[in-house]
Design a protein around this ligand. Sequence first.
Ligand code: KG4
Ligand code: ZN
Length: 567
Amino acid sequence: MRALATGPRVALAADARRDAHHRVAREVAAAAAPRRHVVGARRDAHARSPGPSARWPPPRGFATGPPGVASAPPAVVRASASDAPDRGPGFGLGSRALDASRLDARGRVPVGARTVILGIETSCDDTGAAVVTGDGRVLGEALASQGEIHARWGGVVPNLAREAHESAIDDVVARALAAANVSPEKLSAVAVTVGPGLSMCLRVGVVKAQDLCHQHGLPIVPVHHMEAHALVARVGDGETANESNESNESNDDDDALGRAPFPFLALLVSGGHNQLILARGVGEYRVLGGALDDALGEAYDKTARLLGLDVGGGGGPALEALARRGDPKAYRFPVPLRRRKDCDFSYAGLKTAVRLAIERDLGKPADGDAFARARGLSDDDDASEGDAEDPSFSAEETARRDAVRADIAASFQAAAVKHLEERTRRAIAWARESLANDTKPEPSGGNLSCVVVAGGVASNATVRATLGAVASEAGLPLVLPPPRWCTDNGVMVAWAGVERFALGLAEEAPSAEQVSTPTEEEPSRKTRREVPLLPRWPLGTKDARATGEVKSSKTARIAPPLRGVSG
Ligand code: KG4
Ligand code: ZN
């Protein structure tokens, strides 16, 4: 995912979407919930509408928050007998709650080697699909990234992203199924990201998942994008293999499936999120700290652009590569929030310091797009073309500028990662304190098992090495998903689907009405198929020690936090 772009190029990016751009800039600035950074985004009013008119799904179509979280009490639709766990109301993706016949005496779905779940991810600019078994084997995965499409605009353009998802989705799902050698009717369920993310992008994946489930009579599992980032750390040993294993057809031991047993601390760092989470179980998350402004991935993306890098393959990887050639001590950029003894994050100040250094040592182009002029690019050029410098520079000057850029990149990364290090060290202490004061039985209680680092930025080698040192200093293992499962992908959604399905947090296949496109003869229905989505959806409740302010007055649009099975 790319950072929010501003300036003349953005207007060019979408002639007809000029107004939407301003609207979104305001919305993005005002957003309090985990955000993604987009160009010309338009909130999809449809996505906030309740589900189809029937009693199912319940009003507003999503689970209530845990006790103490304000939310309208929707009708509770239980999936099983009255002694079964309370799963809250259904999400509304399917036609009804999971049939009781699927559940065991504990109200759970037996999940194991023969359970095969397809996961679909389209929340932002990657179309991902994967097939994963209940015991954590990845049978097949496929991905279509849109980096090149958005690179020239300096941020994700939602309409372009939607179009790209629409043209890729069938092929990506088919490729994942083919790689897994599984036909759709053999699937146990389909999991799909329903939020947070860009509504018009989420919709593409959800429509595909609903269609497949309807066609083949499969249960559907709604997935929270950030929970998926965290839970992918629990996928087996990270291997991708097609070997079969017909044993182990039960999930009696909740933590036998993963490398990161609950409770664990997760540092989630992506393009739209920067969070420290105490994870005590599926759907049981305490947010110890979050982003007060920019997320780290966004800061990487923007800095890469300011440095004039080729961001076609992502700003983060480009900046990381440049930083390898630089001196991390060359610039003394401020490590953010040192005086605030909490676990929140802020990257806006660092970003400004970097911009000022760039302007001072490399010059400030007249149009404000720091390197467009230096690179000799006109507004019509493709900003992803690379880091060609102005040919009028002498060889010495070009070499000097190159060294300065590498030093700035390395120094930015040093301060940015130091911030992660300091906050994570404190969060480990907070998490241990919470668990020590808690009487909850395991897996919710007990000792902290490990530190998980996940999300796109977790593919960065410096981040991985630094957090490894923080964890070992605390006597904890560090669990890192392989880099390709850190950036958005289908495996993480399929795996989160496995974990949720096992808890019965799924719904029966959508009805024919749910997957049909309304016609004009049906005035009672909207002109477009209604799809329940949660574009703004917190992962958990905020810890009492977290002081971060909610900057938005639009909290009404934010869904109650994700939950799992309570009771
Ligand atoms: O998780 P992700 O794929 O999408 C979101 O959910 O946002 O994360 C994408 C973010 C982008 O901002 C990208 O620049 C950043 O992760 N990223 C990196 C690296 N690879 C991806 N940042 C720093 N170093 C990397 N190697
Ligand atoms: Zn992500």
